[in-house]
Design a protein around this ligand. Structure first.
Ligand code: PMP
Length: 361
């Protein structure tokens, strides 16, 4: 049998592992931070009719500039953003890839603060961008001083912040982002995939965009919008950044069906975001109940909770999976991550983990 190493593959890809979150379809799926509430029926009806309309011209390439979708996204984001400030792609993973294709690449570097989103280093590797890391402060926070010291030490071409951070749920203050921006001549990229679950008092890096042309803020419809299967991620930045991304995207990268579906969903933003408060309640319940059970959960501004003091994370993961409940083993010693589900799913998880005998957990 041919193996990867037999192929004339790029030397820098040899030995790497692809993204591999297990995709088991079980009763309770709390492993990849999806919104576990389905899209409301009335929104499905609207999306269906928009897709039907798009199908009447599907023999033609889609709008390469996805102008109507960008207008809908600009309207959703507010902050005075216009169509020219918006870019989108098939999930924010592709948005991140576009950013590193344009601003990273061979001979360039990206600085990040692990533990952080596992795709960030994978996209860095795939684009040939050197992955540099710096330590976080206590409790996974990044103070302005810590960010500035790391940037001075590494002089990266791109600096990544994940706010709130996956897998820890930790916010990143706007002071840290502005300090980082002032300390670098490179791009500052803020991944706000989970920001809709954060307290509004934390603010958003969108409010910092004015006058900062090297700042990029990315979002996704996969989480709060319950639209992970549609693959729609987007960013806001200076129009010149958007021009740079046009150089690396493939033409027509967003299908007409994707555009139609996303525009339909955005036309019903309040209905699509209706479950966010419920999810936040379940997240806070997870933090409270996991502490009562003797674990050490971290405060989270996202739709998931990282918890420590797990004696054997792999064993707990397997035990729950055998009962039809999947959570995330992030290969962090003594830690696991669980997504906040519906009230019933969250109850199932808490009941099952409470029932494990003390030695197992
Ligand atoms: N950023 C972060 C921090 C994430 O956790 C995820 C998904 N887990 C993404 C981006 C990518 O999401 P998508 O490609 O579905 O937009």
């Amino acid at each position: 049998m041919t193996s990867l190493s037999d192929l004339p593959i790029r030397d820098d890809l040899r030995g790497l592992t692809p993204y591999g979150a297990p995709q088991a379809h079980v009763r309770v799926e709390l492993n990849v931070n999806e919104n576990t509430h389905p899209v409301p029926q009335q929104v499905i009806a609207e999306i269906m009719s928009r897709i039907a309309q798009a199908l009447t011209t599907i023999n033609r390439y889609p709008d390469r500039e996805f102008t109507e979708l960008r207008a809908s996204l600009a309207q959703y984001l507010g902050h005075g953003l216009e169509i020219e400030n918006i870019w989108a792609a098939n999930g924010s993973n592709e948005v991140i890839q576009h950013v590193l294709q344009a601003f990273g690449g061979p001979g360039r570097s990206v600085l990040a603060f692990p533990p952080t989103y596992s795709m960030h280093p994978i996209i860095a590797a795939a684009t040939g961008t050197q992955w540099l890391t710096a330590e976080r402060d206590e409790g996974f926070y990044i103070s302005p001083e810590t960010a500035v010291a790391a940037i001075r030490a590494h002089t990266p071409d791109v600096t990544f912040f994940c706010a709130p951070n996956n897998p820890t749920g930790t916010p990143v203050s706007l002071e840290t982002i502005t300090a980082a921006y002032d300390a670098t001549k490179g791009i500052v990229f803020v991944d706000e995939a989970y920001v809709e679950f954060a307290p509004t008092s934390h603010g958003t890096a969108l409010s910092l965009l004015q006058g900062r042309p090297r700042l990029i803020v990315s979002r996704t419809m996969s989480k709060a919008f319950a639209f992970a299967g549609a693959r729609v991620g987007y960013l806001a930045a200076d129009p010149a950044v958007v021009d740079a991304l046009r150089l690396v995207r493939l033409p027509y990268h967003l299908s007409a069906l994707t555009q139609a579906a996303a525009i339909g969903a955005l036309a019903h933003t309040p209905a699509m975001l209706a479950m966010v408060d419920d999810i936040k309640t379940q997240r806070d319940r997870l933090v409270h109940e996991l502490a009562v059970l003797g674990f050490t959960p971290y405060e989270s501004s996202a739709n998931f909770v990282l918890f420590g003091n797990v004696a054997d994370p792999h064993a707990v993961f397997e035990k729950l999976l055998s009962q039809g409940i999947i959570i995330r083993d992030i290969w962090m010693p003594h830690h696991l991550r669980v997504t906040a589900g519906t009230q019933a799913e969250t109850t199932e998880f808490l009941t099952a983990i409470a029932a494990l005998d003390a030695a197992q957990r």
